[in-house]
Write a protein that binds this ligand. Sequence first.
Ligand SMILES: *Cc1c(COP(=O)(O)O)cnc(C)c1O
Length: 399
Amino acid sequence: MTQKFPPLFSRFESLVIHGDARDDGDRKDDDTALSPAIYPSSTYRARSAEEFAEMVSRPRHPRYYARYGNPTQERCERLLARLEGCESAILLASGMAAMTTTLLALVRGGEHIVAQTSHYMGTAKLLGQILPGFGVEVTQVDQTDSNAFAAATRANTKLILVETPSNPTLALTDLAAVAGFARSRGILTLADNTFASPINQQPREFGIDLVLHSATKYLGGHSDLVAGAVCGEKAIIERIWEHAIVFGTNSNAFDAFLLLRGLRTLPLRVKQQSATALHLARFFETHPAVARVHYPELPAHPQHELAQRQMKHGGGVLSIELKGGYAAAQKFVDSLSLAANAVSLGGVETLAVHAASMWEGTLDEEEIARAGVVPSLVRIAAGLENAEDLCADMARALA
Ligand SMILES: *Cc1c(COP(=O)(O)O)cnc(C)c1O
């Protein structure tokens, strides 16, 4: 990392407030406004032929054409890169835009990806149905077995994709083990860090090359934007950008502004949401209607020791299996009043969703079973309501 950014700002609480400043310390772009300017312009005027040549030739010029980027977005990308301890970052239209653009930029037909059996459903569909259509080979392994990743690699393996904790079963991948092996073989690693957020887990610390986020979730944090980010080395991020400008998977100034606004409170929100999720997990653990609780910070989680090694806290999401099966799970989410029955996570409102009903829209039965989604699974994403109020709502709905 070559940033001149003062180490004084390296702690999260300060970083999110000041980390969008340029390397030379200028925090204000063109004026003295504390809050970032929104640049809605689709195009930018060159003041001379010389300047135009510079705009055309410099990769990721923020003032050229809006599909290539914009100044608000550039500011947001600086902060995202620093949050994940990376040289560079790119903001794209959604988490799935980030995933598809990255995989298509880095892997060609005839090459091979090793991934997990449990992934976010959009990623699962990309790996299982779409990439094979482009001649990309994919092997999906049980993420709880670190040796399975090494065993699945071939001579043409280009990339290992991990997601930890995974959606929606909160299974973990040993980041250091996977990254260590991949590095020794010259294979790139990409980690979807959406569930943990940079506050609870920094994949780069364990040697992972690229970190991906659905910024729609914790990074944005207010259920009012859709965006995705990839962070890593400048050269790789530039390659992803070269594909993004052709695919048209760019973000925009308005979402970049909202994301910057959301990021200012990321540490506060995630700390509170993690504490609330732990509180809820403990409550469900002793409840007679609940068969199983999936939450990495619980000592009963089968990978609790790994969670302690690579995560600060378990994050804001947990999932539970109800004793009553499919119908009981639907009835439970139907009966909640404080928590909303809605997809997504990471916002200020607590959300609960019946996973099987949600996954059915995208994946077939076999894929759902492979992802570990049992019929009675309910995913709960803690918001910022009072934890006791949430427990009371859950207890009422379970009764
Ligand atoms: C939501 C999500 C995505 C997709 O992000 P979008 O912003 O909805 O496109 C990818 N990975 C994980 C883990 C997610 O939760």
